[in-house]
Design a protein around this ligand. Structure first.
Ligand SMILES: *[C@@H]1O[C@H](CO)[C@@H](O)[C@H](O)[C@H]1NC(C)=O
Ligand SMILES: *[C@@H]1O[C@H](CO)[C@@H](O)[C@H](O)[C@H]1NC(C)=O
Length: 119
């Protein structure tokens, strides 16, 4: 459900988001819900094409109680190496189509903007 990156890459990405604060107990970055419009848009580059990840896609609202709520970043550093998992924050914005006819060398993923994408 997240955009899971290696720890060092998640740190670099969240460092670009204004006032992101690492919350070590939870392993996530807290964000200010009031600032979302000022957050940067990131792009994932796949095979030379740019796929945007907008602030509203990666800012997750957390409802803590009746009276308080907060936001956390969907960019989470949890895995070693170069692997990146493009979870719900990415898939919500981009429609994906998978083609696999038993031949892994011919496997394909098509990506297009989802009809209900935020922008
Ligand atoms: C992150 O947010 C949670 C929930 O609002 C809060 O309990 C925690 O203290 C915050 N952590 C930091 C490092 O600000
Ligand atoms: C959190 O969710 C509960 C239950 O849906 C709701 O009653 C409450 O108002 C929410 N809190 C905030 C701060 O939005």
């Amino acid at each position: 459900m997240m955009l899971v990156y290696c720890v060092s890459l998640a740190k670099l990405i969240n460092a670009v988001i204004p006032r992101a604060v690492y919350w070590s107990d939870a392993g996530v970055y807290n964000l200010s819900c009031d600032n979302v419009a000022r957050f940067p848009t990131f792009s994932v580059v796949l095979d030379g094409s740019y796929f945007d990840v907008q602030p509203l896609d990666y800012t997750l609202k957390v409802n803590e109680s009746e009276t308080s709520s907060g936001c956390t970043s969907a960019f989470v550093g949890a895995i070693p190496g170069q692997t990146i998992i493009l979870g719900a924050p990415f898939l919500r914005h981009w429609f994906t189509s998978y083609s696999f006819d038993g031949d892994k060398d011919a496997a394909k993923i098509g990506i297009a903007k989802a009809a209900n994408a935020s922008s």
